[in-house]
Design a protein around this ligand. Structure first.
Ligand code: ZN
Length: 132
């Protein structure tokens, strides 16, 4: 897969300031403020930057943390993992595999069968409700 690359100026022109801060500068939205943290409508979540499909509602669960949480990615390769040693912690950052947008982090305390909790910023995603 060829990676999508754009300059910061190009991303700034396409994204809101908050989307740019989180998705392109590895920011974090405040918990319980995002659009999707308590959404359980059927549908798919895509990358806000490049529209790649990332997560589906069937793997979403309420982790009580104030961010959308998923136990699995839609397709391996659509989400990549990177060691993150910022803020005095060692965490695993997850990014869009297509455009490197910062999505959030993955933690090993999720529900079975994966045991994973993908803790994702709402602002890094765009939701497409399933058609009736
Ligand atoms: Zn993307």
């Amino acid at each position: 897969m060829t990676k999508l690359t754009k300059t910061d100026a190009e991303w700034r022109a396409e994204l809101t300031p908050e989307q740019f801060r989180v998705a392109r500068q590895a920011g974090t939205e405040r918990p319980f403020t995002g659009e999707y943290w308590d959404t359980f409508t059927p549908g798919n979540y895509h990358c806000i930057c490049c529209d790649a499909p990332l997560f589906e509602h069937s793997t979403k669960f309420d982790a009580g943390c104030g961010w959308p949480s998923f136990s699995e990615v839609m397709a391996s390769g659509n989400v990549t993992r990177h060691e993150d040693r910022s803020h005095g912690m060692v965490r695993v950052e997850v990014r869009c595999g297509n455009c490197d947008a910062h999505l959030g982090h993955v933690f090993p305390d999720g529900p079975a069968p994966t045991g994973l909790r993908y803790c994702i910023n709402s602002v890094s995603m765009k939701f497409y409700p399933a058609s009736e």
